[in-house]
Design a protein around this ligand. Structure first.
Ligand code: UDP
Length: 476
């Protein structure tokens, strides 16, 4: 029977894309392995990842997709966080996964089930079927350290982190983290998503291994704390495999030809490293007031810019479907005359830009980012320094790590209510693009770009870690 690995990503696009990149990487190292991917359909925004999967399968027909049947969530869950909905969707999918793994096993020897941390609930299925379960952690080692240490933090306080404000929290391998900057689902201990995270944190260490999308030189302290078991003081930790940076090779998420986007032609006509790029992930949205303030700050900064602008959210629901974004009416959203006054030095892209191609364009010299991990890795691989403006998930933690630990970003500092003034935008964009602070982080990120390349090369740390892992599967 042929040897196989089964990947089980969680539905959000960022997690899916990284997991599929892992599948491709495994195949590059061991082409004889057959990669199966289990796709759970979320009951909300059900078709949002479909164009990406279609485009990916057309390019990589050797990776086999299994679409699990849709599940029905209880209507009482509807208003919850999308993280809670994701956990529940995956729980309901356990019988489907069980069935699919059984049918795959009829023709293949399954050496590993590699899961996203949201899929922790499937561990029972893996152990019933005697399949070793590995995690693929789609954020960095620093974030993993904070997750693994959550049960210890939980024991040591009875307060919610969101009520502890700027109190510094000590986590092995990390600089002191202001409590309010921990990952969003960890902030309120009375929320059920917190319970899911707490449970997940106790399960991660008992897996067969944790594969992380990072590399040794980027996060040496956090990686050392993880490998020495410091983040799980009460037990043993699973082996850690840092195999990154894995970034999307750019199959269009909309199924469009992103390589021909007009913003790339515009960048061709701009001087080297002169343009600041502003883009806020797959879910980032701003209020009309905030968009206005960014525009004023950008205009006053005098810098060239390429800015991805989306419509403001219609409700507090940040669950954006990237395939259905309606293009914004720029004239009604931005200050009077802004477009005309900045025509010579600025370009606005509506809703979605080919970020990876933009970052690797030589005219781009800075990146105002929401600090999503894929964006961070893409910036590193292109040697572009960041201005860190976190919005959701674990991005506030990433800002602390990017600024204080990796030193590849400057911080954007918001007010108490999360608003960023035009004065702050102007000041920080100038710092990034034309001051010594920007020069320092540029040098650091260029060094990390070289280190990333080295890590992925033959005999580099990430390549060695992956070979070790694949070697285990072959021996079984
Ligand atoms: N992205 C893009 N164009 C956009 C916005 C996002 O290509 O206009 C891509 C970006 O290159 C990255 C991913 O979407 O690969 C966002 O992932 P990240 O982990 O940074 O943030 P998330 O969307 O998961 O919050």
């Amino acid at each position: 029977m042929a040897d196989a690995i089964v990947l089980y990503p969680s539905p959000p696009i960022g997690h899916l894309v990284s997991m599929l990149e892992l599948g491709k990487l495994i195949l590059t190292h061991q082409p004889s392995l057959v990669i199966h991917v289990l796709v759970a359909t979320p009951p909300y925004r059900a078709d949002s990842t479909a164009p990406y999967i279609t485009s990916f399968s057309a390019t990589f027909p050797s990776i086999i997709f299994h679409h699990l049947p849709p599940v029905t969530l209880s209507p009482s869950l509807a208003p919850r966080h999308h993280e809670t909905l994701t956990f529940e969707t995956l729980r309901l999918n356990n019988p489907n996964v069980h069935q699919t793994l059984l049918s795959i096993s009829q023709n293949f020897t399954v050496h590993a089930l590699i899961i996203d941390f949201f899929c922790t609930v499937v561990r029972s299925v893996a152990s019933d079927l005697n399949v070793p379960a590995y995690y693929f952690f789609t954020s960095g080692a620093g974030c993993l350290a904070s997750f693994l240490y959550l049960p210890t933090l939980h024991k040591n306080t009875d307060k919610s982190f969101q009520d502890m404000g700027n109190t510094l929290v000590e986590i092995p391998g990390l600089p002191p983290i202001p409590a309010k900057d921990l990952a969003k689902p960890m902030l309120d201990r009375n929320d059920e998503v917190y319970q899911h995270f707490l449970y997940m944190a106790t399960q991660l260490p008992t897996s067969s291994g944790i594969i992380i999308n990072t590399f040794d030189q980027l996060e040496p302290r956090a990686i050392q704390a993880l490998t020495r078991g410091l983040c799980v003081p009460d037990g043993s930790t699973a082996p850690i495999y840092c195999i990154g940076p894995l970034i999307s090779s750019g199959e269009g998420r909309h199924g469009r030809d992103e390589a021909a986007h007009e913003c790339l032609t515009w960048l061709d006509s701009q001087p080297k490293q002169s343009v600041v790029f502003l883009c806020f992930g797959s879910l980032g949205l701003f209020s009309k007031n905030q968009l206005h303030e960014i525009a004023v700050g950008l205009e006053k900064s005098g810098q060239r810019f390429l800015w991805v602008v989306r419509n403001p959210p219609v409700s507090d629901d940040q669950n954006v479907d990237i395939t259905k974004l309606t293009d914004p009416d720029l004239n009604s959203l931005l200050p009077d005359g802004f477009l005309g006054r900045t025509r010579e030095r600025g370009m606005i892209v509506k809703s979605w830009a080919p970020q990876k191609a933009v970052l690797s364009h030589q005219s781009v010299g800075g990146f105002v980012s929401h600090c999503g991990w894929n964006s961070v890795l893409e910036a590193i691989c292109s040697g572009v320094p960041l201005l860190a403006w976190p919005l959701y998930a674990e991005q506030r933690l990433n800002r602390v790590l990017l600024v204080e630990e990796m030193k590849i970003a400057l911080p954007m500092v918001e007010s108490e209510n999360g608003f960023v003034s035009s004065v702050e935008v102007e000041k920080r964009v100038r710092e990034l693009m034309e001051c010594k602070e920007g020069e320092f982080v540029r040098e650091r990120v260029e060094a990390m770009k070289a280190a990333a390349k080295e890590a992925m090369s033959l005999h580099g740390s990430s390549c060695v870690a992956l070979s070790k892992l694949i070697g285990l599967w072959k021996k079984k």
